[in-house]
Ligand binder design. Structure first.
Ligand code: AMP
Length: 224
């Protein structure tokens, strides 16, 4: 299936996995093809940081240090987002929930109604070594948001985006110390969600070490 092909997706899905596992890349592509909302708490927080909002100011140092932002702030943000018109029918949640209290809060937000229930939780499985290599080499365009990698997806000119000519930057939390902290937080706080959703019979595991196109095809099957 080529990029941009429309697909029919009835998804109220959560993408779980370590930082750099590819959740964002896949969620963006699937949501665009399936015309459902892509809700990334990391993107929402970065927008707050860029706008200089109170939430952004509180979140920035935690994010830069690779720590999680407090549950109550995140849950309030998601509650508001999933109440918006484009997100009432279907969405892909990318990077939320990340803790058990967040998962329980999501259950409460969705309530008992069958129409609002989660349909799928996908766990992106990949080793820490691979995640580190991906994150350390990742570079983001500060204009169009395109994501590159110094080794696996290099640009023609160093530090310049091939798509728009914008400058490439490394996220503060993609520096080695922050990556280690993010991985620790992931194993301690997020990994227990695997069992939480397994018990609810919602969990599917995909091998996230493969190429983006191969993973995308599998996700389309899983979520149609
Ligand atoms: P991401 O882009 O998903 O890797 O998120 C970047 C950073 O935003 C994380 O390292 C956390 O500091 C913060 N963040 C994003 N989502 C959450 C969440 N659900 N709970 C707590 N912190 C979050």
């Amino acid at each position: 299936m080529s990029a941009g092909t429309s697909i029919s997706l009835r998804a109220r899905a959560v993408f779980l996995g370590g930082p750099g596992a590819g959740k964002g890349t896949q969620a963006k592509r699937l949501a665009a093809a399936g015309h459902v909302a892509h809700i990334s708490t990391g993107d929402m927080l970065r927008a707050h940081v860029n706008q200089g909002s109170d939430l952004g100011k509180q979140a920035k140092s935690l994010m830069d240090g690779g720590k999680l932002v407090p549950d109550d702030m995140i849950v309030a943000m998601v509650k508001e987002r999933i109440a918006q018109p484009d997100a009432t029918a279907a969405w892909i949640l990318d990077g939320f929930p990340r803790t058990l209290p967040q998962a329980e809060a999501l259950d409460r937000l969705l309530g008992a109604s069958a129409e609002r229930k989660l349909s799928r939780v996908v766990y992106f499985q990949i080793s820490d070594a691979e995640l580190k290599a991906r994150l350390e080499g990742r570079r983001n365009c500060n204009q169009c948001g395109a994501i590159w990698h110094v080794a696996t997806k290099p640009t023609k000119r160093v530090d310049t985006c091939d798509a728009c000519g914008g400058a490439l930057l490394q996220r503060a939390d993609d520096r080695p110390e922050a990556i280690d902290k993010r991985l620790q937080e992931f194993h301690k706080l997020t990994e227990p969600l695997r069992a939480y959703y397994q018990n609810k019979n919602l969990l599917r595991i995909i091998d996230a070490s493969r190429t983006p196109d191969v993973i995308y095809q599998e996700l389309v099957q899983l979520m149609q």
